[in-house]
Write a protein that binds this ligand. Structure first.
Ligand code: FPP
Length: 259
């Protein structure tokens, strides 16, 4: 006799997971280090660029899911680091063109979905074509207030802190700011993230368990979640599992929580 499929599968389906995570407070801000595109392509005997292209598709699906289904307010994606310039020229060029492609193909959809796009990182150092497209998307979407999508491009946490220090020093030298009045909020105001809340949850894919110079100031109390999954294979279900795990954690922010 043929075996019947089980009535209830061991793994909750996406709709069930979605219903579960929606019962509890969702993270207000999720940040993701999208790692493993190159290995995903290598496993298939393909060029690294093939992995990046698929990585962009995964990113697009996650953006839509976070904004439309989960209605989470802030999503920050690490798209290109300061250190990524050290990659082979052809790969850097490909990634830059992929950013242009993302804006050109997805901007209308992002606008329809009330997404506001912002860039964390040194936009002025990007190739002119990328800068123009990215700035166009930032300006066109600036009145939207659904999902705040922050793309970290040409971003490095240490470089961000150097930039902040320079700006603060300049304002002190010009008499606009008193050193005695500098506090955590002052510093936060000078960061690329300015008015954004700190990430509640940081996800990194591909089995690497490092921060890699990402949002160093902002992740002081962020919960981390690591997965072996390579970024192109990262799914909405896995995002829901990460959120469910986050919801089970007790965040103490240095205090004692009474039982
Ligand atoms: C790290 O994987 C990934 C990157 C350096 C690029 C990430 C970019 C994308 C996913 C596409 C652009 C996305 C948007 C939203 C515009 P890796 O290449 O280091 O992988 P590996 O560790 O397996 O080599």
């Amino acid at each position: 006799m043929a075996t019947r499929p089980p009535l209830v599968s061991a793994e909750p389906r996406r709709s069930e997971l979605l219903a579960i995570v929606k019962q509890r407070p969702l993270p207000e801000h999720i940040a993701i280090i999208m790692d493993g595109n190159g290995r995903w392509a290598a496993c298939r005997g393909r060029e690294r660029t093939f992995g990046h292209r698929q990585g962009l598709e995964t990113a697009s699906q996650i953006v839509e899911f976070v904004g439309q289904e989960l209605k989470i307010k802030h999503l920050t994606l690490f798209a290109f680091s300061k250190e990524n310039w050290r990659r082979p020229r052809a790969e850097v060029d490909f990634l830059m063109n992929l950013l242009i492609d993302f804006v050109q193909r997805k901007l209308d959809e992002l606008l329809r979905n009330n997404v506001r796009l912002r860039v964390l990182g040194e936009v002025s150092e990007l190739p002119a074509g990328v800068r123009a497209e990215v700035e166009r998307a930032v300006v066109t979407s600036e009145d939207n207030d659904g999902l705040y999508l922050n793309l970290a491009i040409n971003y490095g946490g240490r470089q961000e802190l150097v930039r902040v220090t320079q700006a603060i020093a300049r304002d002190c030298a010009a008499g606009r700011l008193s050193p005695d009045h500098i506090c955590e909020n002052t510093l936060a105001h000078y960061l690329y993230t300015q008015d954004l809340p700190d990430p509640d949850l940081l996800i990194r894919t591909s089995g690497e368990e490092r921060v890699s110079n990402f949002l160093l100031w902002q992740i002081a109390y962020t919960e981390f979640w690591f997965t072996e999954t390579l970024w192109p294979d990262f799914s909405k279900e896995e995002l829901l599992r990460a959120i469910a795990d986050f919801q089970r954690r007790q965040r103490k922010f240095g205090t004692v929580v009474e039982p």
